[in-house]
Ligand binder design. Sequence first.
Ligand SMILES: C[S@@+](CC[C@H](N)C(=O)[O-])C[C@H]1O[C@@H](n2cnc3c(N)ncnc32)[C@H](O)[C@@H]1O
Length: 407
Amino acid sequence: MRKEARYLALREHLRPWQEVWGYSVLKSWDSMKACIGAEVLAAFSSMDLAEQYEFLNGREVSDLPEGVAAWHRSLNPLVHLSRMPLANAIEGPREEGLTPKKNHEIACILKFLEKQEPSWEQLLDIGGGAGHLARHIAAQWSLDTVSIDREALFQQEGLRLLQRRPWKNLIQKPFQFVTGIFPDCLETSDAWNPHRPTLSVGLHTCGPLAWEHLKLVSEHVVVLNFGCCYDKLQLEKDLEQSVVARENPMGWTAEALFLMTRGGKERGFDDFRFQHRVQLYRFALHHFLQDELGLKDFVPVGQTAARHYRGSFASYAANRLEQMKLPMPCSESAIEDYFQKQEAMLEEQWTAALLRNRMARPLEVLLILDRAMLFEERGYQSELYEIFNPQLSPRNIGILLKPCKGP
Ligand SMILES: C[S@@+](CC[C@H](N)C(=O)[O-])C[C@H]1O[C@@H](n2cnc3c(N)ncnc32)[C@H](O)[C@@H]1O
């Protein structure tokens, strides 16, 4: 499917739900409830948790109102991107210093790059941290390498590894760490030559760094970028850069950017069931603080140990009130009664949270399409791939930018 058509179709699916994905449940409950509608809320509230779990993970469920069922079904092909075969973990001395997640990411990227008929002479790693990815690519294709990061501490760890075996023998060409803020630091550095065939990688370039990285693409530079930390993007300047997106805006919000950082990974059912309990208790405590303690402003209730969610709501609330240095306004049995009375509404709010979470990945795909479309509009080739197993690394969408081949 062409990117523009996919973007527009995703937008058509998501835009009517903007009140749901765009805001947090507690802060915007009335408008969210109106947007979802009584029929859909009732249908979800009558589903059991196992069915809700299937829904969240994009699978078919019975008893959904027809409109929502069709919407749910048709989201799947719209978020589906080319999936690259996953690689086996790196083993032996080369795995030193890698977490299982980093190991998986690097192994999959190496496998992906093998398919790209590499003919690069230079490697430029943006936001490279300790340079783990750069080290592996540089060793495999014998490239002159520059790894840029603003944190010298990470780079010191990378330098330490480079000076020891096996890397001492595996890295044949110059490997340089540049410490500084990208892109400014490149302007004053002669560490790389923009006219040599270059691969530039950016593995989990947080927030706006992704845009800066993508802009490196040129006649000589191929870019492979993975974004992350969308909540660090600025609403006014880091979204809707392509013409298509500017002409078809989404109404992004800070809460939506945060939501996208949470999607992609399927949690086990036991975890899901536990989250249901956690959410209900958290929602209930918010209402309780407003209704019984008169705290009308939004008060963060914080996290607490898992065991506090496993007992009754009253004991959870007592613990939280104590932690927050707030008085107990009534007996534990009155608190328990309060919870029972609120339960129907709490289940509706849980439904709203479920719908929001269902939209996290579609929103992320839409945001990444905007990035890819901008560079197509500028005359480059852009391709999107799912390169990592989302269970290990949920921000797994790679954008590959290349110069266009001649006519
Ligand atoms: C999520 S980490 C990824 C690190 C590494 N690529 C990896 O996958 O292990 C993002 C890195 O980007 C760096 N960073 C963020 N913004 C930067 C900027 N404008 N210039 C240079 N480094 C930056 C951070 O210091 C951090 O090390």
